[in-house]
Every structure is written in C-alpha cells, then in structure tokens.
Design a protein around this ligand. Structure first.
Ligand SMILES: [Ca+2]
Length: 117
C-alpha cells in the first residue's frame, strides 16, 4: 500500500483514463483532486488553499500570478473561488486529451436527454 502515492496517481492517470473513456473513474479522480486542493472549511478551492496544496498536484512551480490566473480562468460565477464543477471544467480545459472525452460525454448526455423528450 505504501508504494502508491495518491497525488502522483491522480496526475498520471488522467490521460490514461481519458483514453479508456472510463467516465466514473475519471470523475472520481477529479473529485479526489478537488478534495486535495480545496479549503476544508469552505468546501471550495480558494487562492490560499490552491497555493497551500498546489505541490500535491505537481503545481509547486507555478507563481502566485499563475495560480491567480488559474482561479480566474475557472471561475465562471465570479465569486473568486472554484467549486467542484468549475474545477472539473478547468481541468478539462487545461488537458486537451480530456476535451475530446468531455465532448463525447456531452453528446452522450444530450442523446439521453433527447430520448427522454
Ligand atoms: Ca466560482
């Protein structure tokens, strides 16, 4: 058990899982990543929680400005922090391989929605 580092595991697995189209596992990993980065009290990713935990995801080389940019880029509702949905969307945007996958998911969801109508 000791050999497995969950942080590295998260980063390494994202592209692999994207290729497998294993949606549930990928979403699980995204949630894990979110949990690693979020502020435990507020339940969202703030600049401080991102800065404090960025090394967990191999982001320790990013400057304060880079981190601010990440937050700003992912923050759709403008409250200055990232919730789980905003985090997932940001990860998809930062990882080109995942964009293809998310398009497929979107089509799948739309198809299911259309069938229900
Ligand atoms: Ca937000």
């Amino acid at each position: 058990m000791a050999a497995q580092n969950p942080q590295n595991h998260f980063q390494d697995c994202l592209p692999i899982m994207a290729h497998k189209l294993d949606r549930d596992a990928l979403i699980g990993e995204l949630c894990n990543g979110f949990n690693l980065l979020m502020d435990g009290v507020k339940g969202v990713i703030t600049f401080d929680s991102l800065k404090r935990n960025s090394n967990l995801l191999g982001l320790q080389d990013l400057s304060d400005e880079d981190l601010q940019c990440m937050l700003k880029e992912g923050d759709f509702d403008g409250d200055g922090v990232l919730n789980l949905m905003e985090f997932c969307v940001l990860i998809f945007r930062l990882s080109p391989e995942l964009i293809e996958v998310s398009k497929l998911w979107l089509e799948e969801v739309l198809e299911q929605e259309l069938k229900r109508l």
